[in-house]
Design a protein around this ligand. Structure first.
Ligand SMILES: [Zn+2]
Length: 109
């Protein structure tokens, strides 16, 4: 889920044939709802959020997973840094980031 400035709020992955864009969007909506995430970008404040689909060069989820997890860790580190610098909207960090990442990771498998 991206804002117009392409700040990423949440992302997921699926293997072609084992999932599809609509299912991925529904799963992400479920995570947003269940985690009580705000529906705006905590960096720029935009409420114009949308899902976007793309492809990777990976052939399988097994091949992609280490790269996805490394990127996930970079996103977590970036979010925590922005939070520590006061660069995110007040209250935006009230959800459980670790829980969200665990749930997203569980759904990758
Ligand atoms: Zn933004």
């Amino acid at each position: 889920m991206l804002c117009p400035q392409r700040h990423c709020l949440l992302a997921s992955a699926y293997a072609e044939g084992a999932g599809n864009f609509l299912e991925a969007c529904e799963q992400l909506e479920g995570i947003i709802r269940d985690a009580g995430m705000n529906r705006w970008c905590a960096i720029c404040g935009s409420r114009d959020l949308r899902f976007e689909e793309g492809t990777t060069s990976y052939q399988t989820m097994a091949e992609a997973l280490p790269h996805l997890m490394a990127n996930e860790q970079r996103c977590i580190d970036s979010r925590r840094l922005l939070d520590s610098l006061g660069q995110t909207a007040a209250g935006a960090g009230s959800f459980d980031l670790d829980k969200i990442m665990r749930e997203t990771r569980r759904r990758w498998r």
